[in-house]
Design a protein around this ligand. Structure first.
Ligand SMILES: CC(C)(COP(=O)(O)OP(=O)(O)OC[C@H]1O[C@@H](n2cnc3c(N)ncnc32)[C@H](O)[C@@H]1OP(=O)(O)O)[C@@H](O)C(=O)NCCC(=O)NCCS
Length: 200
């Protein structure tokens, strides 16, 4: 079975009776569940994807344990990104939430076959609206290596401001790469001229 076929099979398993936590333009967000471990593990198992999102692939057991641990942590919210027909197409998270400082990080990954259709931007806009519209966040940050053109484009499109470079901060295929650091502040979100997730 190819990886794509496996993902498609799991997509259909995972879509049963999925409740949306948050809706947006072309996608919905549903809280990640322990049963999603295989799906997430499939997406993250490719070393290139792992490099794109700054992780190293883990075992399925470790993935399950992580979902359980993350479920107990109150400093992060993890969501599956779903198409209107409930097909899961990716993962997005608001991690490192510090309610006192009003800060958090965003993490985003789409399955390769679902990229390039605007879903990444819609999911990120939705998460940003959740962070500023429902949670008292003031500053969101995101990081990606400097030659990850799709990620740089999505962050800029969602209003994130490039604030600096962490030099030589990640390793891929034997070479050190720089990380671009982005942030979005509450007043910048307020000034964005686009409908909010709750208008969708
Ligand atoms: C980054 C990622 C989420 C983008 O999602 P996506 O749904 O493919 O992106 P979108 O279709 O919403 O595209 C948004 C913008 O990026 C641009 N873009 C998409 N792919 C691109 C590419 N390969 N090169 C340059 N620009 C690109 C699009 O043209 C679009 O801009 P436009 O509307 O002005 O044309 C997706 O590529 C992904 O999951 N990558 C691996 C994980 C990752 O890198 N995560 C880091 C996120 S910080």
């Amino acid at each position: 079975m190819t990886e794509d076929t496996g993902i498609a099979g799991n997509e259909h398993d995972a879509e049963a009776e999925r409740e949306l936590s948050w809706r947006a333009k072309s996608v919905g967000l549903a809280a990640v569940d322990i049963d999603d471990a295989e799906l997430l593990h499939g997406w993250r198992s490719d070393p290139v994807t792992a490099y794109e999102i700054g992780i190293w692939p883990r075992s399925l057991t470790a993935m399950r344990e992580r979902i359980e641990r993350d479920g107990d942590d109150d400093d992060r919210d993890d969501f599956l990104i779903l198409l209107p027909d409930s097909t899961p197409i990716g993962h997005i998270a608001l991690s490192g939430q510090n309610i006192v400082n009003g800060t958090a990080q965003v993490e985003l990954m789409l399955a390769p076959q679902h990229r390039g259709h605007g879903h990444g931007t819609d999911a990120l806009d939705a998460l940003v609206d959740l962070a500023f519209g429902e949670l008292p966040m003031h500053r969101l940050t995101a990081e990606t290596h400097t030659d990850n053109a799709p990620a740089l484009a999505v962050l800029a499109k969602s209003g994130f401001v490039h604030e600096g470079i962490s030099r030589a901060a990640c390793l891929h295929r034997g070479r050190r790469h720089d990380l671009a650091v982005f942030s979005l502040l509450r007043p910048e979100w307020e000034a964005l001229n686009r409908p909010r997730a709750w208008d969708a």
